[in-house]
Design a protein around this ligand. Structure first.
Ligand code: SAH
Ligand code: SF4
Ligand code: F3S
Length: 470
């Protein structure tokens, strides 16, 4: 290119792996970079800055990052031949766990930033521009939330009518299989007033449903507006007062942190959706002890009973690990029995993956891959049957559906039921961001189908806020 070159905006491509906390962080990074002159792009080829926001939870998740870096290296070299410089950064839990090792293994990487240092991104990018390689893996969670810029109204609106909001980060539980306490650091709760402010800003920008996030979200605690110590239950009551915020959810919870106030919130708070992800991991007491979960299977079942007493229709989901070191056939059968007893609406299950630096990784009794695979398939079949039965039980009922985005086919919208089921409905685009009454008529592979219904005395859908409809 010759002559006058037009200075265009720099473009950032962020690829997100892992849990919802990374999704939230990726958005915060995009917001921080926007004030530094970067606009987001969906095409990695056109990006000046590529960030991989990574996950370290299982071996496969971490290895994916290195194969992606291989592809990005080819692209970066091609761009360099055309005289364009591309900066490559690794953020998230692999960045925290491996630090400078990443740049040694993948020299294409210019920048490594752990999950608690994103507030330093603009500064680190300047270092890279000066020709240095930047690595930052400090634990500074309070600073992160204070110093990262809040999303603007336009940024929030561009992300739709449902939003994640991180209220707690880190973990002190040290389950013996898990890297999170090492990658995310100690448990820290954000102050209540900051959370309420952010949720109110989201609602004002057109968000109808907020999912509160934390590695142990129900370990959240803080001083409330009444000067008292609050837990998640009290915080939910406060958030439910925010005008326009119709729906609240939270994830992920630990069974040991489900207190009375939180269970009461499920009984008394219509805005708190009847869906709870409460991972138990295993149904065998000896495995739960070896995992350091600090409760027995019976404790979990008693807790489920209390939650169902408070909210009988609640949909439950869990995570399960099969093949934890020492898991016998009898232990696995205990897990299957627990699943049968609870009856889940959904569940996520994984083969145990030894993680470097965690206590279980070097234990005797590692379970053979083939046996893990066999157990996983049996467990997944049971869970799928339960999920299908749960979804089928809603056919013929009428449910509130929050319309989120265009559906699978033209003229359809995709919405979510209170139980987090995807529902496809023939409805006009202008209904996005509204809650409609939907009569559920059928069951597909991944979603329910339904029709909007009129209820006497109630409009088909809530009035459409103009900022969402436009
Ligand atoms: N804080 C949550 C879990 C976060 S990690 C909790 O305590 O339940 C998400 C899930 O990944 C875990 O629930 C667990 O089922 C799975 N997981 C974590 N480490 C794992 C490992 N080493 N191998 C296989 N699955 C793992
Ligand atoms: Fe990992 Fe256990 Fe903490 Fe969950 S509670 S993040 S599984 S250490
Ligand atoms: Fe993965 Fe880190 Fe989340 S390891 S699951 S991205 S906390």
């Amino acid at each position: 290119m010759t002559g006058t070159q037009i200075q265009t905006k720099k473009r950032v491509f962020i690829k997100t792996y892992g849990c919802q906390m990374n999704v939230y962080d990726s958005d915060r990074m995009a917001d921080a970079l926007a004030s530094d002159g970067y606009e987001p792009t969906d095409s990695v080829e056109s990006a000046d800055l590529v960030l991989l926001n990574t996950c370290h939870i299982r071996e496969k998740a971490a290895e994916k990052v290195y194969s992606e870096l291989g592809r990005i290296r080819v692209m970066k070299e091609e761009a360099a031949r055309q005289g364009r410089q591309v900066t490559v950064g690794v953020t998230g839990c692999v960045a925290q766990a491996e630090g400078p090792e990443i740049a040694r293994r993948a020299p294409v990487v210019d920048l490594v930033v752990g999950p608690q240092s994103y507030q330093h991104l603009p500064k680190l990018l300047r270092e890279v521009a000066e020709g240095r390689r930047a690595v930052e893996t400090e634990f500074a969670i309070a600073e992160k939330f204070e110093q990262l810029p809040a999303a603007t109204r336009a940024q929030t609106r561009s992300r739709g009518v449902t939003a994640f909001l991180t209220i707690q980060e880190g973990c002190d539980k040290f389950c013996t299989f898990c890297v999170v306490p090492y990658t995310r650091g100690a448990e820290v709760s954000r102050p209540a007033e900051k959370i309420v402010e952010e949720a109110a800003r989201m609602a004002e920008a057109g968000v109808r449903e907020v999912t509160l996030l934390g590695q142990n979200v129900n370990a959240w605690h803080g001083v409330g507006s009444d000067g008292r110590e609050w837990g998640l239950g009290e915080l939910l009551f406060r958030l439910a007062e925010i005008p326009g915020l119709d729906r609240l959810r939270y994830t992920t919870s630990h069974p040991r942190d489900m207190d009375d106030a939180l269970i009461a919130a499920h009984r008394d708070l219509p805005a708190l959706m009847p869906y709870l992800h409460l991972p138990v991991q295993s149904g065998a007491d000896r495995i739960l002890a070896a995992m350091n979960r600090k409760h027995k299977a019976a404790d979990y079942l008693r807790l489920i009973d209390r939650i169902r007493d408070a909210r009988p229709d609640i949909a439950l989901s869990s995570d399960f690990i099969v093949g934890f070191p020492g898991e016998t056939d009898a232990d696995f059968e205990a897990t299957m029995k627990l699943i049968e007893t609870v009856g889940y609406a959904a569940a996520y299950s994984f083969k145990y993956s030894p993680r470097p630096g965690t206590p279980a990784a070097n234990r005797d009794g590692q379970v053979a891959e083939a046996l893990m695979q066999e157990r996983l398939l049996r467990l997944q079949k049971l869970v799928l049957d339960q999920q299908t039965a749960f979804n089928r039980s809603k056919v013929g009922t009428v449910m509130d559906v929050l319309f989120e985005k265009p559906g699978k086919r033209p003229g359809q919208l995709m919405g979510r039921s209170p139980f987090l089921q995807a529902v496809q409905v023939d409805a006009d685009q202008s209904r996005i961001g509204t809650i409609g009454r939907v009569s559920i008529s059928g069951l597909g592979a991944n979603s329910l189908f339904g029709e909007l219904v009129e209820i006497p005395g109630r409009p088909v859908a809530a009035p459409i806020p103009t900022e969402v409809a436009s």
